[in-house]
Design a protein around this ligand. Sequence first.
Ligand code: AMP
Ligand code: ZN
Length: 467
Amino acid sequence: MTLRFFNTLKRKLQVFKPIKEGFVGLYTCGPTVYNYPHIGNYRAYIFEDILRRYLEYKGFHVNQIMNITDVDDKTIRDSQKEGSSLKQFTERYTQAFFEDLKSLNIQPAAVYPLATDHIKEMIEIIDALLKKKKAYKTDDGCAYYEISKFKKYGQLANMDVSQLQAGASGRVQHDEYDRDHPQDFALWKAWTPEDGDVKWDSPWGAGRPGWHIECSAMSRKYLGDQFDMHTGGVDNIFPHHQNEIAQTEGFTGKTFVKYWLHCEHLLVDGQKMSKSLGNFYTLRDILNKGHHPLAVRYLLLSAHYRQKLNFTMESLGAARAALDRIWECVRKLEAHKEGAENPAVDKLLARAQKNFERSMDNDLESAPALAAMFDMITKVNSWMMTQKIGPLNAQAVLTVMKKFDKVLGVLVEEEKIPEHIQKLVQEREQARTSKQFDVADKLREKLKQAGYVVDDTPQGPVVKKAA
Ligand code: AMP
Ligand code: ZN
């Protein structure tokens, strides 16, 4: 099966064909660093991580760029409120973002450009748009994009362009506004006293860029005038991505991006998880409750990215249980050293891989892909219980599990079990085989107090850290 994605621009599934064979330029809109991201934001970043990992699984070389929005309405507002410099303020949250990416096992992008390092590139585009009369200046020193000058305005967001051309009026200063009010939007915002010391010089006066021009400038700098994929959450479709298209294509005269992919929202009680509604959990909130970060990862990747996903603590618990099944199976396979080889294992593995890839090829259908892996795990577990699997088979299953995990990223490097714990486990096993069950129970209790649990499996005892 060929790899297909749902392209927001065309509103249909399309076979993926990058501009240059074997290579993918991918721009993923990054965080606005004015607060700790909530796990809704991480749904978007995990979807992008799975996309990138699957493209690599398929053999593409992916150049992923993720910007950091370290200047916009919100970063200025909140740094001023706090009395901190913009840099000091945004660095704190940028750092926190990178820590979260690590604990969620999200692969790092090739570059994380900061908006404040690319003001020159933004000015270059705005200047050209002014010269091409696609933008205009106002008396107060701002610059606006004139949306009626861009024929395809509204196409990405599926808006009625003809109506818009006739009715377009007014301008909007704010970076965020809804699709019922498309207006000329700010490319450059003149300095006001509320901005404090946040300002840059430009040919049309001191000020700062609008949010949308940041991504047009940074994507162009690192990926060129035209590239393959651009992603974000569905709330980015309008106005952010629509405006990026208008700016970049207005400037270059070329098609900006081939494939636009957008993930649906993470909900809480049926509403979008968002800072403004106050119904959000940061990753920190969840980890402080004792949850494993990979359980958050698993939960967010387990539903198809284009479906809304409702967050509950129960679903997080179910994600942890699913992870435990995977980890347990891997542990048992690693400990599996005896038994006759079974030719049926190879067939099982081939089928699992075929089903996994068929699902992922179809617009990253993660739920049936996970089901293919769990079907394999169930069968392998039962064969291990009944000694119908040999050590070479076990290694082959592990190889496939690790291959799947290149995409899923949910396997953990097991912490090494300390020697004194291993010794206790051995002593307990000896006590058990010589039927000294009292001694064995006491040793189990001792292990428990040290924070370890033992599982007695047909392959022998398996020890792990208590959850
Ligand atoms: P922001 O920092 O607000 O620009 O958002 C960063 C990314 O998170 C964007 O791609 C948003 O579309 C995405 N996002 C925000 N809220 C949610 C949510 N509740 N579910 C999924 N993605 C979200
Ligand atoms: Zn962006």
